[in-house]
Design a binder for this molecule. Structure first.
Ligand code: SF4
Length: 698
């Protein structure tokens, strides 16, 4: 941290990493961001984690793209073979005019042959423009983004049973709770500033029930730590609810007033006595009973969950259980009560709200509804588009292999690293006859591009983002983009003009004004308000209302205002261990690294702290392998194999490997299973059968 006077200017913006959405002050000296401080945003109250405080200097990295690039005619065959610091053998520099014409000409008039991936790293306005371009320009809904890989199943369950895909209460509401469950999330590493509120909650006597197949740092603060067997979520949660029913601990008054389908849920739970489920989930029956009594006995209780819940083929069922647990105990819609899926990327909530998903237009209005589509085409001044739900991220890659999709526009996403069974995705990208990539670096995906459009990092752009708390916040530019790089909204508008869409936006504020026409969630939230106040939570009930931290106190946005119980049955993971692949692989993030590593591995401090690809194994597993920490091991699944340095970690059970996914040199997704949840279409990143071997001579 620098001397507080040692800067030329300071600009308030939003941290670009996780969904907590910490507000930051960027201190600029000589045209560069010199250091960052936390400011008093509603989610962070001045706090920052290591990524927010020290992870910003990737924006000044030598690898930044400064000019549009077009693939050379004599470039080597498409593959993962471009040096991001020296791309001259594969690409040549082009003017914006030439690059935009080239990008548009390869897409124009191709309708169903084109698909698009937008980004949860971009602003709400940029996400809105992206989905509009695919729908208006190509007439279909084959547009998606990384929500498909993180919380799509949570959103599916919330939409189905609560009527809204967002959180019912901010995470800060934990200060009003007396009990909280944190399941399938690791907030100390993945939502570190939110975790500080969790720790404070326990310091003042709150009971924290942590449930996760992997031990974790939050365990130290927990009243109960349930390290259950991977994939046994539904058995465990149904057993807890069984006790609540059996012992009459549910809130009948709340159930009668605000819910439906209770009798079916109650009958379904009969078969899940803890004594029957204990062995399946690896948790003693008495512990399950104690957790049930603790949760049901709370005055106010919250449930937090992460991708340990969502990234399963039964991810929607996992979330259905959590929703049922909150409903049967009346723990929604009051201070200190609620459901909170901790969103991953800084703007995955906002990008989803803005319609960057194949089944919904902005504000989760379904594409199958004629009235909804015509409300949008009226505003857009264009003809109708398909009433069929579009393809998801993984389905789009399958459709490329099937020869139906031949061109793609990918903005800020990196499927060559983030898709499950990633060689399948890389092969698909290589097959495309026209790939437009818009990004700030030559990512692994940009290796396959025909044209690369150099874009802006968070500190170089204007626009709003929406965090896990439903807080719409204003991002501001502190420095200009490097070289000829441009803000993403500008690039989208120029491309749309060349596609004949006649867009005339002059600024992100123009786009935001258009979004408000068909997004009731933005009622009472104006650009001017956001410029003045930095953040407003939706829904905001009046121009003066800072927004509702808690929703659904008086009913739900569903028929008759009632939430629904949807009973969840047990579905086994898709790829179960056997003699050949006897262990379980689970993937996730580390504190220092962010997703596919394109930003944090170029951030000096973060890369210095965590420079090398690694996996975590229990000490007894290492002993069995004849290996010691630091040795190389080989991980093999039915999809592929990688070699990687092993770490010793007692938090990982002896039958499990934990593998971070930020490292291209040992890409986790070479190994992961593409099987998806049938509702959210999210891949089962959290469970694959794997074989672990010591590497001879390592
Ligand atoms: Fe950024 Fe998330 Fe850390 Fe806050 S908690 S500083 S938003 S990475």
């Amino acid at each position: 941290v620098g001397d507080s006077k040692d800067y030329d200017s300071e600009v308030e913006s939003i941290c670009p990493f996780c969904g907590v959405g910490c507000q930051v002050s960027l201190k600029v000296k000589d045209g560069r961001v010199k250091y960052v401080e936390g400011i008093n945003g509603p989610a962070n109250e001045g706090r920052l984690c290591v990524k927010g405080r020290f992870g910003f200097d990737y924006i000044h990295h030598d690898h930044r793209l400064t000019k549009p690039l077009i693939r050379r005619e004599d470039a080597p065959a498409k593959g993962l073979n471009v040096d991001p610091g020296d791309w001259s053998t594969h690409f040549r520099e082009a003017s914006w005019e030439e690059a935009l014409d080239f990008a548009a000409n390869g897409l124009k008039g191709r309708g169903r042959e084109v698909a698009g991936f937008g980004s949860a790293k971009c602003t709400n306005e940029e996400a809105y423009l992206f989905q509009k371009m695919i729908r208006q320009g190509f007439g279909h809904n084959n547009v998606d983004h990384c929500t498909r890989l993180c919380h799509a199943s949570s959103v599916a369950a919330l939409m189905e049973n609560v009527g809204s895909g967002a959180v019912t209460a901010t995470f800060n509401e934990i200060e009003n709770a007396d009990v909280a469950i944190a399941i399938g999330c690791n907030p100390i590493e993945n939502h570190p500033v939110a975790a500080t509120y969790f720790k404070q909650f326990t310091k003042r006597g709150g009971k924290l029930i942590v449930m996760d197949p992997r031990g974790q740092a939050l365990k130290r603060f927990a009243s109960h730590m349930l390290q259950f067997r991977p994939g046994a979520d539904v058995s465990m949660l149904n057993a807890i609810m069984h006790v609540i029913v059996e012992e009459g601990l549910y809130d009948q008054q709340y159930i009668d007033a605000y819910t439906e389908n209770w009798d079916a849920e109650k009958a379904h739970l009969e078969g899940f006595a803890p004594e029957k489920m204990a062995e399946i989930c690896g948790i003693e029956a008495e512990v399950l009973r104690d957790v049930a009594r603790t949760f049901a006995g709370a005055k106010s209780a919250m449930i937090f969950w992460g991708m340990g819940v969502s990234q399963h083929i039964h991810g929607t069922d996992n979330s259905r259980c959590l929703i049922s647990l909150a409903l049967m105990t009346g723990q929604v819609g009051r201070p200190g009560a609620g459901l909170h899926p901790l969103r991953g990327q800084n703007n995955v909530q906002g990008a989803s709200d803005a319609g960057l998903i194949p089944m919904f237009l902005p504000d989760y209005q379904t594409v199958t509804d004629d009235g909804v589509r015509s409300a949008f085409t009226d505003v857009w001044g264009s003809g109708d588009f398909s009433n069929e739900k579009g393809l998801t991220v993984t389905e789009i890659m399958d459709d490329v292999h099937a020869g139906n999709i031949k061109a793609m526009y990918i903005l800020g996403e990196n499927p060559a690293m983030s898709d499950p069974d990633v060689e399948h995705a890389r092969d698909a990208l290589a097959k495309l006859d026209h790939l437009v990539v818009q990004d700030i670096f030559i990512t692994e995906t940009a290796n396959y591009a025909d044209v690369i459009l150099p874009a802006s990092a968070f500190a170089e752009k204007t626009g709003t983002v929406t965090n896990t708390n439903r807080q719409v916040q204003m991002g501001r530019p502190a420095v200009p983009p490097p070289g000829e790089a441009k803000e993403d909204w500008w690039i989208e508008v120029e491309l749309a003009k060349r596609l004949g869409l006649g867009w005339e936006y002059q600024s992100p504020a123009d786009v935001f004004a258009e979004m408000k026409l068909n997004m009731k969630s933005l009622d009472n939230i104006t650009w001017a308000r956001l410029e003045g106040q930095n953040a407003v939570t939706y829904p905001s009930l009046s121009p003066e209302d800072p927004g509702q931290a808690i929703v659904f106190g008086d009913g739900f946005p569903r028929p008759e205002g009632r939430a629904r119980f949807t009973p969840a049955s047990v579905i086994a993971p898709d790829d179960v261990p056997d003699a050949e692949y006897p262990m379980i692989l689970t993937t996730g993030r580390q504190l220092e690294h962010w997703h596919t590593g394109s930003m944090t591995r170029r951030a000096t401090v973060l890369d210095a702290v965590e420079p090398e690809a690694n996996c975590s194994l229990h000490p007894s597993t290492l002993r069995k392998l004849g290996a010691v920490p630091g040795d190389m091991v080989r991980l093999t699944t039915k999809r592929g194999s990688i070699e990687i340095m092993a770490r010793e970690d007692r938090a990982v059970s002896p039958d499990m490997v934990f593998l971070p996914f930020a490292y291209v040199e040992a890409a986790a997704n070479i190994l992961t299973n593409p099987a998806v949840d049938p509702y959210g279409k999210i891949p089962e990143f959290k469970f694959s059968a794997v074989r672990v071997e010591a590497v001879a001579g390592a």
